[in-house]
Design a protein around this ligand. Structure first.
Ligand code: NAP
Ligand code: ZN
Length: 347
């Protein structure tokens, strides 16, 4: 076991405090990582505030981890000391079920082990990336390509994979008409990835205040959803709508923006249910779908894709003592576009 500095929330919604946690000794298939950067995902906010229920406290959040390998177990072949690596939302899965075998560990039948606010299969609580060091099974570690800076790679480990997978799964390519709803952490990466895949991308944001950025990220069009005209103008326009909104909204208005056979895929995870009108689906044989993060092979593929196509998160690098304030700004949609914690400031 080794002790490492961490930022911990003692109870639901409480302010963060600096603390020390224990990491397990390096096992044969483990990789020990010095964390350099960790992104702040809105899922961290949902869980620290216990908005989804069942949160485990004290909590050390963080599932957008980038750092450097400091030790490897005897059986580890894919990583060496000094490698630049990333860890996302999962740190274990059964490895044997049909989904694990297919590289979709997020759907593991036994239930994957989440990087934080989860439990290892032996019951030990997991602590995430708002810390200086972590020990992770090698199967859940990915290589960060040379051309990606570590602080830029960090947000891709969740925001990148969560948007890449549905765009890939629903076959986005040259000329696909894609709308991205909400241009926060996930949304601003999703716009870039969809554009890099060849899609014609439209951003649907609450206001036009971020329009210039959206166009710079690769969108062709940018509309304000506070303007009801938007919903008339864009009726039956899109093949795929990627919903990244963290709060509840009138999903029917968005479903009606789909063409016949179009799909609205939600990655946004508000705590309250959506109210879906049958006729919003029936009218255009439309589909409402969901998507959860992504498996390890797709995570590596996504990082390589982003490196190659110049997809880079727009980040605001912050120190450990600024995390509480950053959460407030995330909740008020004032994030431009991902906060990343400089782990060296944790202790
Ligand atoms: P974020 O940075 O806060 O972005 C969310 C965006 O949603 C905001 O920037 C805002 O965009 C829009 N929004 C917020 N409140 C709204 C409201 N009341 N009405 C309409 N639009 C609103 O959050 P994130 O980190 O990208 O995460 C987004 C959601 O995805 C969260 O619920 C998170 O838990 C979830 N998530 C899911 C997965 C998965 O595997 N499915 C993975 C990661 C995250 P505009 O300012 O442009 O309107
Ligand atoms: Zn996340």
């Amino acid at each position: 076991m080794t002790s490492t500095a961490a930022l911990s929330a003692p109870s639901a919604g409480a302010a963060f405090g600096k603390t020390t946690i224990e990491r397990r000794g390096v096992r044969a298939d483990d990789v020990q990582i010095d964390i350099a950067y960790c992104g702040i995902c809105h899922s961290d906010v949902h869980q620290v505030r216990d908005e989804w229920g069942g949160s485990i406290f004290p909590m050390v959040p963080g599932h957008e981890i980038a750092g450097v390998v400091t030790a490897v177990g005897a059986e580890v072949e894919r990583f060496s000391v000094g490698d630049r690596v990333g860890v996302g939302c999962m740190v274990d899965s059964c490895g044997e079920c049909e989904y694990c075998v297919a590289g979709e560990e997020q759907f593991c039948v036994k239930g994957n082990v989440q990087t934080y606010n989860g439990r290892e299969y032996d019951g030990t609580p997991t602590y995430g990336g708002y810390s200086r060091q972590i020990v992770v099974k090698d199967r859940f570690v990915v290589h960060i390509p040379e051309s990606l800076e570590l602080q830029d790679a960090a947000p891709l480990l969740c925001a990148g994979i969560t948007t890449y997978v549905p765009l890939k799964h629903w076959g986005v390519g040259e000329g696909t008409k894609v709308a991205v709803v909400g241009m926060g952490g996930l949304g601003h990466v999703g716009v870039q990835i969809a554009a890099a895949m060849g899609a014609e991308v439209t951003v649907l944001s609450q206001t036009l205040s971020k329009k210039d950025d959206g166009l710079r990220f690769g969108a062709k069009e940018y509309y304000a959803t506070s303007d009801r005209e938007t919903f008339k103008q864009l009726r039956s326009s899109f093949d795929l709508i990627l919903n990244t909104v963290s709060a509840n909204f009138d999903i029917n208005a968005y479903l009606r923006l789909l063409r016949v056979d179009g799909t609205l895929v939600t990655v946004g995870a508000p705590p309250d249910p959506y109210e879906v009108q049958a006729f919003a689906l029936i009218g255009g044989r439309r589909r409402l779908a969901g998507s959860a993060i992504g498996g390890l092979p797709d995570t590596q593929e996504m990082l390589d894709f982003c490196a190659e196509h110049g997809v880079r998160p727009a980040i605001e690098l912050i120190a450990a003592d600024a995390v509480d304030g950053a959460y407030e700004r995330v909740v008020s949609s004032d994030v431009r576009y991902r906060f990343v914690i400089d782990a060296a400031t944790i202790g």
